[in-house]
Design a protein around this ligand. Structure first.
Ligand code: HEC
Length: 152
């Protein structure tokens, strides 16, 4: 019985950990709010990195690498929320075609994740020229997805 208790405790820990990464939504409105919140953070962190890349703020390797690591983490979060059924209605700018062509949408999402991961790696290494180039490559993936799947 002691053993069974331990097993149950472990299962609960795993279940809690899994829900922490894989947010589940009860209704489209929750999914919309979740993904918009993530995108606000993405915009904020990417924007502040952009200030450095454009030379408007000084380059601090450690601080920049931290921002890039946050962005990498954020890049993994919102996709399930984007593909929630009927979440193209209501207070959202998601185009319906994202739900109709989910593979295309996910391809754009994965591209963004890949470029963001590279940005985090470059930021850690600290070569500002490489960082600038990779920041540009990442920005292209934002633009690409927005022009295909986000209305203005
Ligand atoms: C795979 C698609 C995709 C990628 C990649 C993507 N976005 Fe978005 N983004 C969207 C969609 C769709 C919305 C609209 C969400 C909604 O209204 O439900 C959005 C919304 C936003 C918003 C508005 C948030 C709000 O509701 O106020 C910002 C800011 C934003 N994105 C910034 C970025 C930046 C910066 C990047 C790149 C670093 C990026 N996005 C990458 C699809 C994407």
């Amino acid at each position: 019985m002691k053993h069974l208790g331990k097993v149950i405790a472990i299962i609960i820990v795993i279940a809690v950990a899994a829900t922490a990464v894989n947010a589940k939504f009860n209704k489209a409105e929750d999914a919309i709010r979740y993904r918009q919140a993530v995108m606000v953070l993405v915009g904020q962190h990417f924007g502040s990195m952009g200030q450095v890349v454009k030379g408007k703020q000084p380059y601090d390797q450690t601080a920049f690498a931290k921002e890039a690591a946050v962005l990498e983490m954020l890049s993994k979060l919102p996709w399930e929320a984007f593909l929630y059924p009927e979440s193209d209605r209501g207070k959202t700018k998601l185009k319906s075609k994202a739900l109709k062509n989910q593979d295309d949408f996910m391809q754009a999402a994965r591209k963004f994740e890949t470029e963001t991961a590279k940005l985090a790696t470059d930021a850690k290494a600290g070569d500002l020229n490489a960082v600038k180039a990779q920041f540009g490559a990442t920005a292209q993936t934002c633009k690409g997805c927005h022009s295909d799947f986000k209305s203005n």
